[in-house]
Design a protein around this ligand. Structure first.
Ligand code: SF4
Length: 310
């Protein structure tokens, strides 16, 4: 990895793994350990926030330059030249997580049991930064997670449908980010770096109903940019037929502060109003919401929310 880039990432408290992967503690891990507050993934799906490892196997590689992205985009690459092997990435990511959680050891606001659990992550959120499907051995990585009994959530921008078609095994839960209702908004807000980015995303949506796993459409909502157009979003949701839809407000953090304003963060009422309109258009129901993460969950069956209970 370029030395300048690793310095930038380390300054942002990333732990670099090998030549193209990275781990960073999620804000909610600390909140859970110190204040008992959990992330929406715990509320919605039963994922325990202090046992969640947030990582990416393509930390600097992406096919888009979204304006709302927290990632440093100055040295971005659209592909991976060299690939580290999946087991070593997972080993390195777990080691990195353990190193990063050391800071909480002995803090009187947490218990030794909770801290020990945080050092043994059982969930991998493959979503930190970059486009993970650019890593050609992603299936091997998910397989390595499965062998350790870890749940996996994968977030993709949908521009690599061929990679998803090949992906074996699939993650426990697959997210596709749909941050635009049409190509025009997509081009301006998600700034594709590949030809036919929008058409590739649509192909991913078409593929989704055939993938045998839990699927979610994530709408990253940016005030003044992509809120509204519920009828157009509904048509795209109909194509993808996901198990859940997660409208979630953009957060003004990291390098996105150089491209966005504080006012681009929608209030929870805005996220909720959009979600209510989307529910009417799609027939999905509002199943849950969490104001602290500015997120609403839409779905067809409340009983399917919890992982392991369905
Ligand atoms: S697709 Fe994800 S990682 Fe890539 S630029 Fe957009 S938000 Fe950032």
């Amino acid at each position: 990895m370029d030395e300048r880039l690793s310095r930038i990432l380390e300054k942002q408290h990333y732990h670099i793994v090998g030549s193209h992967s990275g781990v960073k503690l999620c804000h909610w891990l600390g909140e859970k350990l110190l204040r008992g507050r959990s992330c929406y993934k715990e509320t919605f799906y039963g994922i325990r926030s202090h046992r969640c490892l947030q990582m990416s196997p393509a930390v600097n590689n992406c096919t888009q330059s979204c304006l709302f992205c927290w990632r440093y985009q100055g040295l971005s690459e659209t592909g991976l030249d060299v690939e580290d092997d999946p087991e070593s990435i997972l080993e390195g990511a777990i080691e990195g997580q353990r190193r990063l959680v050391t800071g909480y050891k002995g803090d009187p606001r947490t218990t030794p049991e909770m801290w020990a659990e945080a050092s043994e992550p059982n969930m991998v959120a493959i979503s930190l930064a970059g486009e993970p499907t650019l890593y050609g051995q992603l299936g091997g990585f998910i397989d390595a997670c499965n062998k350790r009994g870890m749940t996996t959530f994968l977030v993709t921008n949908g521009t690599e449908p061929e990679a998803l078609e090949r992906l074996d095994p699939l993650p426990t839960q697959l997210y596709v980010t749909l941050a635009a209702p049409n190509e025009e908004v997509y081009r301006r807000l998600c700034v594709p770096l590949v030809k036919d980015g929008w058409q590739r995303l649509i192909r991913t949506l078409e593929l989704l109903p055939d993938l045998n796993t839990r699927t979610v459409i994530r709408h990253t909502l940016v005030d003044g940019w992509n809120i509204g157009w519920e009828k157009e979003y509904a048509r795209l949701i109909e194509t993808a037929d996901p198990m859940f839809v997660e409208p979630k407000g953009y957060v003004f953090v990291g390098y996105s502060r150089e491209r966005m304003r504080n006012s681009n963060m929608p209030a929870q009422e805005t996220v909720r109003a959009f979600s209510d309109n989307l529910a009417k258009e799609t027939g999905y129901e509002v199943l849950a919401e969490q104001g602290s993460s500015r997120v609403v969950l839409l779905g067809k069956d409340k009983r399917a929310m919890r992982i392991g209970d369905d």
